[in-house]
Each structure stands twice: as structure tokens, then as C-alpha cells.
Design a protein around this ligand. Structure first.
Ligand SMILES: Cc1cc2nc3c(=O)[nH]c(=O)nc-3n(C[C@H](O)[C@H](O)[C@H](O)COP(=O)(O)OP(=O)(O)OC[C@H]3O[C@@H](n4cnc5c(N)ncnc54)[C@H](O)[C@@H]3O)c2cc1C
Length: 400
């Protein structure tokens, strides 16, 4: 029998680890029960850090850890899924191969949604994927060779949510490191809503507003980006901002593969799943991480498209898909604890707890936690079999 996991992000990695853990606990050999992980590269892209400098360093190898837990890595991109015959078509190096499954875990994550705004495709940068972040970094370094005029030192960030704020607050230092410490940088967040960080609620907002003031990030609220061209952006308010760098950070969608599963999806393209993270009505298919919309408690809260949720959801999906094949009980996914830790550049960070987002830490103390999350917690476990398997007990993963 074979369990196939598509995706090597936080959810896919933990799905593989927890499925292998349960197989090990049940004393079943990898010859009898194969676990295969399909992804274009055997690396974890540390997406939550892609707003940082040196993005090319923000990956972690997975091959050794997969080998240590007897998970087969299949290189390629899943192109089509046939849920009736339970098989995938995978494209790799210009060739196609097929792979059958008894259980499938869709962990294909998400990607930035780029609306059809004039000039966005040609002039917009982002920090969404590794390639995007590397392209932005290269562009920022290239600015040093250009004359200090025409908005060279100005960066517009479209979107005042978590990603936009992290990218913007990091930017003044990043620009000064590249262009010289005396350069007068201008960083502007454009947010359609009337308040910055619309999802954060009113409680923590003053901390963010103070931080923006401290690091010198301006905002334009209640206005959207209407168009981009080589000179900068024009806002829906009519204002034109000269900027050589525009970062799009407004909107995210589940990766397109979810559309191939004949099941219900939400507005973000996420597959609706039951408490075991199974896709109802489609035999043998589970969805997890940013590819799934799952209830995480009985109080009406749903998992967000976040690393924090993806990691734990991955562990439950892998465990449950394996449990069905091994004939043992599944475990309903639940995730009561929810925290946010928002990087605020030189102004430190903001740490909140609970869905009501109670501020628990700010400034340097919160920044230490952010650094620990971003450099330790979210990285794969070491390639040591026992420790790696133990790290994937679904009840313990991301139990904050
Ligand atoms: C700049 C930025 C900052 C962020 N900050 C935070 C933060 O502070 N805290 C937080 O919790 N979250 C944060 N996030 C969100 C977090 O990164 C995502 O929620 C998380 O990566 C989701 O994990 P995932 O495994 O579901 O998907 P992903 O990490 O997107 O991984 C998806 C995997 O699927 C693979 N894949 C996709 N399609 C296919 C296919 N057809 N075939 C084979 N493989 C495929 C991809 O190559 C990848 O390996 C941030 C994201 C960004 C971009």
C-alpha cells in the first residue's frame, strides 16, 4: 500500500514525519507500506523569512531526514490527479510519470494572488516564493548602481497585513545596508482598509502604528494600488508615488492543484475538510496546511494560512491518512492555542496570544522570540530517525 503526500512545505514535511511515525509505532515495514513525498525540490522553503535579506539562504534540506524515516522522495510537480483511479501524473525534467496511491495528502500550500492590475505583472515584486524573494533582493542590490533620483530610494508595499508589515518594517535597514547609511529612504504601505493590519483588531494596533513611526514607514490607508508603471504606482485616490520598487503583498490563494479535487472549496481555493482533515465525498483524499480549510476548535475558529497551523495540520493529516491504511483510529485535528509574532524591523516585534490577540510581548523581548521561531522552531528536525519521528506526534506539534 502507498500513501502519497504532495508538497514539501511545513504541512507536507510534518505529514511525512507523522505518517512514518505511526507506521513505526505499528511495527509495519516500509516495504509493506510506502510513504512517498512529491515535490519539485527536496527542500523546505522557509517562507515566513522571505522578507529578510539573503533569501537564497532561506531553505532547509529535507532529503536526509526523509531517508532517515524511510520516506521516498519523488521529484516533480503533480500536474493532474485522478481521484477515481487514485493516481497522479507527475512532471519532472520534461518527462511525465504516474504514481498510484491508496491515500493522498494534498499539502500543496499557497501562493500570492496577483490581480489583473495594469503593470503589476511587469513591475511588481513580492516576497512570496523563493524565486520572488531572490528577484527582489537582486533588484534592491541593483539600485545601488542607479542615480539617487526618480524614486530609487522609495519602496511601496501594497498590502498592510502581516506580510506587508514585515516586508515594510525590514526595508529601511535593508535599503540603508545596500545604498549607504545616510540615504534618505521612503517606505510606504498602501492598504485598502481604513486601518493598518486589518486582521489584527484594535488591541495590538497601537504597537504596530508606533513601530511604523519609529522605523519611518508611512501609510496610505483607504486606498488601493490602481496601476503600476516604470515610474511607480498610482493609487485609487489619484496619488502617484514615484518608486523604483513596488512589493505586492495583498492576497493569497491555495495552490491551483486543489481545483482538481472534485470537492467544495472556500474563496481562497482551500479544500473544505472534516475534523480528520479528510476531503468529504472524495475517497482516500486528505488536505492540509494552506491547501485546506479546517475547524481548529469547537468555538468556530478556523485554521489560518499560517506556518503555525500548517505544521500541526500536516502532522494530523499524515497521521490520519496512515491510520486509515494501518487500520487504527484517526485523531481529530484540534489547535486551541494561537499566537502571532510579527516582526517590526528595528522596532522589535509584537507577540500576541489568543484569537482576541492579547498583547503579551513587544519590542526586543518579542524580537528574541521571533528570531527563535524563525531560526529554530520552524526548521525541519535533524536527520536522526528516533528524534525525527518523535518530533511529529500530532498532539505535540506546535503546541504553543
Ligand atoms: C513573507 C511571508 C511571511 C510569513 N510569515 C508567517 C509568520 O510569521 N507566521 C506564520 O505562521 N506563517 C507565516 N507565513 C505563512 C506561511 O509561510 C504559510 O502559511 C506556510 O508556508 C504554509 O505551509 P504549507 O506547507 O501549507 O505550504 P507551503 O509552505 O506553501 O508549501 C507548499 C509545498 O507544496 C509544493 N507544491 C505546490 N504545488 C505542487 C505540485 N503541484 N506538485 C508538487 N508539489 C507542489 C511546493 O513546492 C511546496 O513544497 C508567511 C508567508 C510569507 C510568504
Amino acid at each position: 500500500m502507498r500513501l502519497v503526500i504532495i508538497g514539501a512545505g511545513f504541512a507536507g514535511m510534518y505529514a511525512a514525519l507523522s505518517a512514518a511515525r505511526l507506521r513505526d509505532i505499528q511495527g509495519v515495514s516500509p516495504d509493506e507500506f510506502e510513504i512517498a513525498l512529491v515535490a519539485p525540490e527536496p527542500t523546505l522553503v522557509v517562507r515566513p523569512r522571505l522578507y529578510e535579506p539573503k533569501p537564497e539562504t532561506l531553505t532547509a534540506p529535507l532529503l536526509d531526514v526523509l531517508k532517515a524515516i524511510d520516506v521516498v522522495y519523488v521529484q516533480g510537480s503533480a500536474e493532474t490527479i485522478d481521484t477515481k483511479s487514485r493516481s497522479l501524473q507527475i512532471a519532472a525534467d520534461g518527462k511525465r510519470k504516474s504514481l498510484s496511491y491508496d491515500r493522498l495528502v494534498v499539502a500543496t500550500g499557497s501562493r500570492l494572488f496577483r490581480p489583473n492590475i495594469p503593470g503589476l505583472a511587469e513591475h511588481g515584486f513580492s516576497v512570496d516564493s523563493l524565486d520572488d524573494a531572490v528577484a527582489l533582493d537582486k533588484h534592491l542590490h541593483g539600485l545601488a548602481k542607479r542615480p539617487a533620483m526618480n524614486g530609487r530610494d522609495t519602496v511601496v508595499v501594497a498590502g498592510g497585513g502581516f506580510t506587508g508589515i514585515e516586508a515594510a518594517t525590514e526595508m529601511p535597514t535593508r535599503l540603508r545596508d545596500i545604498l549607504g547609511k545616510d540615504v534618505k529612504t521612503r517606505v510606504i504601505i498602501v492598504e485598502r482598509n481604513s486601518a493598518i493590519a486589518p486582521d489584527m483588531g484594535a488591541g495590538p494596533r497601537p504597537v504596530i502604528e508606533n513601530a511604523l513611526r519609529k522605523v519611518g514607514v508611512e501609510t496610505r490607508l483607504g486606498a488601493g494600488v490602481a496601476s503600476l508603471d516604470a515610474s511607480g504606482v498610482t493609487l485609487s485616490s489619484g496619488e502617484h508615488i514615484e518608486a523604483e520598487t513596488v512589493i505586492w503583498a495583498a492576497g493569497i490563494r491555495a495552490a491551483p492543484l486543489t481545483a482538481q479535487i472534485p470537492a467544495e472549496r472556500d474563496n481562497f481555493g482551500r479544500l473544505l475538510v472534516d475534523r480528520d482533515l479528510r476531503v468529504p465525498g472524495v475517497q482516500g483524499v486528505f488536505a492540509t496546511g494552506d491547501a485546506a480549510r479546517a475547524a481548529c476548535d469547537d468555538d468556530g475558529n478556523y485554521a489560518l494560512m499560517s506556518c503555525q497551523h500548517a505544521t500541526r495540520m500536516g502532522a494530523f493529516a499524515g497521521n490520519n491518512a496512515a491510520a486509515e491504511l494501518l487500520g487504527v483510529a484517526t485523531r481529530p485535528y484540534h489547535q486551541k492555542a494561537y499566537v502571532t509574532c510579527l516582526d517590526l524591523g528595528d522596532a522589535g516585534a509584537l507577540f500576541t496570544r489568543g484569537w482576541e490577540r492579547k498583547v503579551e510581548m513587544v519590542g526586543d523581548v518579542a524580537k528574541k522570540t521571533k528570531q527563535e521561531i524563525n531560526t529554530v522552531w520552524i526548521y525541519p528536525p535533524k536527520a536522526e530517525r528516533a528524534a525525527a519521528l518523535a518530533s511529529a506526534d500530532p498532539e505535540r506539534v506546535t503546541n504553543l
